[in-house]
Design a protein around this ligand. Sequence first.
Ligand code: LIP
Length: 264
Amino acid sequence: MESVPLNKALASAIDAAKAAGAIMRKNLNAEKKANEITAHDIKLELDVRCQKLIEKKLHAAFPQISLLGEEGDAGDESSDYRWVVDPIDGTVNFAHGIPHASVSIALQVQSPKSKVQSHETLVGVVYDPFQDELWTAIRGQPARLNGRVLRVSKRRHLNECIASIGFAKNKTNLERALPYFTWLARRVMKIRMMGSAALALTYVASGRLDIYIERGISLWDVAAGGLIIECAGGTFWTEAIPGRYKYRMMASNGLVDKKLPKPK
Ligand code: LIP
């Protein structure tokens, strides 16, 4: 397959993210139809509607590129390039009218070198429609927030750090994360559980947070944010665990990760 012009891919991903973001902004305080509610998760009709809009826009720009999304896949999954999409990351927040959720879109290419499965992330976009904050990155170039170049924080000691941790969506991950939570809470300045993996990653990339850890996270929650952290000078570690596109992951400013055990 012909190589994809990354600046054009970035522009298409931004356009799609802003379109889905507009739907989220319009519906934040509206009654929302839930397609599924489980012990630790909610799936909304709006998740599906936003993904359909993103799919339509990305397909119009790049018909040859497949899509792997939280709300389903499209196109030929053996294609060299694929979009990795989370239409609403932080759905439980959004379902409760909490304005802390985002759209996450990444472009990946098949590559034996990569850490994440057999694909490498080339372009990453995370959009928070409530703060109108747009994080972008192209591999090998600096990460940006609303166009401004980003750098991770310079904090070197755990007791100076704010760490974010997520408990994912099932009992196993919760039970595995609780002992880590207790260990970490005793060593860092503060812990924050924000509810959107993509925003936790971009907050580390922006130096607002210093550490983000979660077990049982999905590829679409972290692909874009992971590249944005790396392009802001931080570290992004993932390891596949049982389940479709499931990982345990740790991200940081790159100065404290040697002081942190990897999540089990
Ligand atoms: C959410 C992640 C969050 C995690 C939740 C869920 P979703 O993604 O952003 O970090 O703790 O369990 O996976 O489902 O809102 O796209």
